[in-house]
Design a protein around this ligand. Sequence first.
Ligand code: DDH
Length: 276
Amino acid sequence: AAGGVVVPGLASKLDYGAVRKAVEEVLESNPDYDDGSYGPVLVRLAWHAAGTYDKATGTGGSNGATMRFAPESDHGANAGLAVARALLEPIKKKYPGISYADLWTLAGCVAIESMGGPSIPWSPGREDKPDGSYCPPDGRLPDASLGAAHIRDVFGRMGFDDREMVALSGAHTLGRCHADRSGFLGPWTNAPTTFSNLYFKELTENKWRKKRWSGPVQYEDKSGQLMMLPTDMALVWDRKFKPYVDEYAKDEDKFFNDFAAAFGKLMALGVPGQSP
Ligand code: DDH
């Protein structure tokens, strides 16, 4: 296969359609989990595997699936992602020819597509590293308590521009915060298992105020049911981010197109033959 597939004979014979189907089948396999879908946590696994990339040194990124190992598995930002890794384990057993790194990223893309999102460009070719000595250092993923400068530091390090940063942030239309994982609490939208531009609509059309509680600073709407992180609010407070938020709130097709390109680029960072 094209793109330097690393398990010759195995990966080239692999039926990626069958792997995709296997991922689709686990998404809603447990109605008691969160909002009834593992989709959001699978998207988060794919993003945290990839979002450690550092363009300057070529280190980190989804290639390697180093989050299987300590110390990366224990990094605070990755709390809760063991759920997603364990969910994919039977699929890895059934299709041993796919690397963990390919499986995690593919599962994130399939989850987005199955929840109604755009189709994400994805190619195989990631190779698993053998141990934790390849883990990226802690602190490469964003800190939700910070602001626009921090978002630009972190995503600029991966090679993204302002528009891409806002587009990627739209993934928060999915899923929720868990007090026992990040300390934050609640979903961003009332449809957390449907991929849409609702996050941007909530950001621009709803009213947000600081939540009064003993937890970390977060924002809530009048209902008290929906939330925003400080980094989410930074997108409306920053003069350069805000126009993209407005654009995506108004034009879901534009959001889908930009998100698909940016998420596909994220999945490819540091992957031999795929990274810019
Ligand atoms: Fe996120 N995210 N994220 N996020 N994220 C959380 C949950 C989810 C930040 C912090 C948090 C992206 C960007 C940022 C998803 C996808 C993406 C949680 C809650 C925190 C905190 C975790 C928990 O308690 O379970 C910050 C900060 C940023 C930032 O940009 C500054 C991006 C780019 C993506 C992406 O996928 C492209 C998803 C999905 C979730 C929901 C997970 C779940 O279990 O539900």
